[in-house]
Each structure stands twice: as C-alpha cells, then as structure tokens.
Design a protein around this ligand. Structure first.
Ligand code: NI
Length: 133
C-alpha cells in the first residue's frame, strides 16, 4: 500500500466528505480509492481496455423499423453482449438493459450505434473497469 500526501481546496474536500458520508463511505481513504478507480475507468475508454457492465436505454417502439434495427445491432455485437432484458414501460416506450463485457471500444461503438438512432430517447453506459488494488 502506498501513502500519499495531496493538496486539495478546502471546499472541495468538505463536499467530498459530505458526499462520501451520504453514500456510505466511512473511511476517506477507501472513498478516494473508489474515486481514483472511477477516474481510471472513465479515461481508459480510448485505450483499448476491457470492462463489464450495462448499456441502458429507452426507446419508442412505435417508430417503424426501430426494434428491428436494435435487434440487428445487438446481433452484430454479440461478442460483447452477454444478456438483454426488455421491459415494456408504457404503450409507447420500452426499456432495455443490455449487459456487456469486453473491449471498451466495442462497447462504445455499440452504444454509439444505438444512441444516434431516431426514437432512442435516452441511453446510459455504465461500465466498470479492471479493479486495481
Ligand atoms: Ni417493449
């Protein structure tokens, strides 16, 4: 375990401590380690790393051809998709939770293909990276 000493603006540290308290981190070091992992994960995307998590999106299933398009894309990205869940939210909208695992680049491309399509209202990618330490 390495020990570091850092400089940080007081208000930033106060807010960090407030938030970590709210979300259940009693130990400041543990919270900082989690923040560093998130930072690494977030910025590894362009570097050919791997991750696992989910792509979550809401779309309008009444748009002609959209369901077929979504299915086609998922077949093309079968190498990084391990499962998908479909929830009918109301008469018009569906939610899909697609679990993914593999290369950042593939997951990112998959997300882009879905996000840019007419009728896809909202999309979020939540992928976690290699766990250090
Ligand atoms: Ni549906």
């Amino acid at each position: 375990m390495a020990r570091i000493s850092i400089s940080i603006p007081e208000d930033l540290l106060r807010e960090f401590d407030r938030i970590r308290g709210c979300i259940g981190y009693k130990d400041r070091s543990k919270a900082i380690q989690a923040a560093i992992r998130d930072f690494i994960t977030q910025h590894m995307i362009g570097e050919g790393g791997e991750g696992s998590g989910a792509v979550i999106f809401i779309y309008d299933h009444t748009i002609p051809g959209l369901e077929e398009y979504i299915s086609d894309v998922q077949h093309k990205y079968g190498d990084v998709i391990s499962a998908a869940m479909h929830i009918h939210l109301d008469r018009k909208h569906c939610l899909q939770i697609v679990s993914v695992r593999g290369e950042w680049k593939r997951i990112s491309n998959l997300s882009r293909k879905l996000r840019g399509r007419k009728g896809v209202k909202q999309l979020r990618v939540s992928v976690l990276g290699k766990v250090f330490g």
